[in-house]
Write a protein that binds this ligand. Structure first.
Ligand SMILES: NC(=O)c1ccc[n+]([C@@H]2O[C@H](COP(=O)([O-])OP(=O)(O)OC[C@H]3O[C@@H](n4cnc5c(N)ncnc54)[C@H](O)[C@@H]3O)[C@@H](O)[C@H]2O)c1
Length: 351
């Protein structure tokens, strides 16, 4: 990144900073002393998260936060942001993320996720800002041949347009470094982010029916939905249900701060897995959440869902050795914090 030496002088543009992972990351950045500009069009988030961020970080730190409501694909709006602020680095969260929806709306997904990234890096280049951290995903590994997954594990063809957007944006950003060695690109491949801020003030608040397991389980726990749907109990795993590497969203947020600090004054393109290294089955999650909320949560077994892989979990050695980052929280804490958020905000930010 950064033409500056100290965090206090460093301004980070966070696209999608009102969303689930972005909002938790903004809290960590403000607490570290960064100046933060969020650009978000609120297509999948609520402006109310900004008050929650202020409450958590306090008035002094909140003064270092600016919110701009804009579509990242709107180059004029982005130009205005880069004109007004001396942006040193960008963390790029903004994008659509629902796998199933991407199959139904490929044009919207390719256009938003890839189109906004191209607009962003063009404006960044024109303003001489060439440091970017990108939200990639373990989805780029597809159905793995071997576990755990290291950054050297092969990328596999995606099974849906969402997955292809992550796959292709990684390639696009890597090409920037080939064309212009001044670029500084960090690709963070998240495993399965869950949990919430320990205060219970911020958490995941999906619009409509949740696509991911945890918000669905949490909504069953507060009585918004009847039962958890478990897709497949005949996988080759200890209890037959799919196994994933769940990571607490605050650990993920810390991972972004670690990546930013590490990349300062560097160039090149590096990839890091951000997970815990531990696989947990769907039934284990339901059990852990039941313990957190104090009642047995009902579930029904459904057929397998197309495109779901049997198991994946990360080898996070590289992030530990290079970034000095390691996940701190386990499944019990992730479920505790999700439950704290959901029980205090049964209808999310609108409740
Ligand atoms: N949550 C996960 O399981 C997961 C896993 C791997 C990768 N990711 C990636 O991490 C990123 C953040 O995920 P999240 O879970 O916080 O999602 P989210 O939907 O909660 O946050 C994304 C934010 O981006 C905003 N946005 C979308 N398109 C925009 C645009 N064109 N201009 C401005 N703002 C826009 C939305 O309003 C939202 O606030 C996404 O890129 C997602 O694909 C998420």
């Amino acid at each position: 990144m950064a033409k500056t030496e100290s965090v206090q002088d460093t301004c980070v543009l966070v696209t999608g900073g009102c969303g689930f992972i972005g909002s938790h990351t903004v809290v960590v950045l403000l607490e570290r002393g960064y100046e933060v500009v969020i650009v978000d069009d609120l297509s999948n988030s609520s402006e109310k998260v900004l008050d929650r961020i202020d409450q958590i970080v306090g008035d002094d730190a909140a003064q270092r936060l600016t919110f701009v409501r804009a579509d990242v694909a709107d180059k004029d709006a982005l130009d205005a942001v880069f004109d007004e602020f001396q942006i040193d680095a960008v963390i790029h969260f903004a994008g659509y993320k629902a796998v199933g929806e991407s199959v139904e709306k490929p044009i919207e997904y390719y256009s938003n996720n890839i189109g906004n990234t191209l607009a962003l890096v063009d404006v960044m280049r024109n303003h001489g800002c060439k440091s970017i951290v990108f939200s990639s995903s373990a989805t780029v590994y597809g159905d793995p041949d071997a576990l755990p997954l290291t950054e050297e594990s092969p990328k596999k063809p995606a099974t849906n347009p969402y997955g292809w957007t992550k796959w292709m944006i990684e390639e696009i950003l890597a090409s920037l470094v080939v064309a212009d060695p001044e670029w500084n690109v960090v690709l963070l491949r998240y495993f399965n982010p869950i949990g919430a801020h320990a205060s219970g003030l911020m958490g995941e608040d999906p619009k409509g029916i949740p696509n991911n397991l945890l918000p669905y389980v949490a909504q069953v726990a507060v009585g918004r939905r009847d039962a958890v749907h478990v897709f497949g109990d005949d996988y080759n795993t200890p209890d037959g249900t799919g196994v994933r590497d769940y990571i607490h969203v605050m650990d993920l947020a810390e991972g972004h701060a670690a990546a930013l600090a590490w990349m300062a004054n560097k160039t090149g393109c590096e990839v890091f897995n951000l997970g815990t290294g531990t696989g947990t089955s769907v039934l284990e999650i339901i059990k852990a959440f039941s313990a957190a909320c104090g009642r047995e949560l009902p579930y029904v077994i459904e057929p397998r869902r197309a495109g779901d892989v049997t198991a994946n979990y990360a080898d996070c050695t590289k992030a530990r050795e290079v970034l000095g980052w390691e996940a701190q929280y386990g499944i019990a804490e992730m479920c505790r914090d999700s439950w704290n958020w959901q029980s205090n905000n049964p209808n999310g930010y609108e409740g």
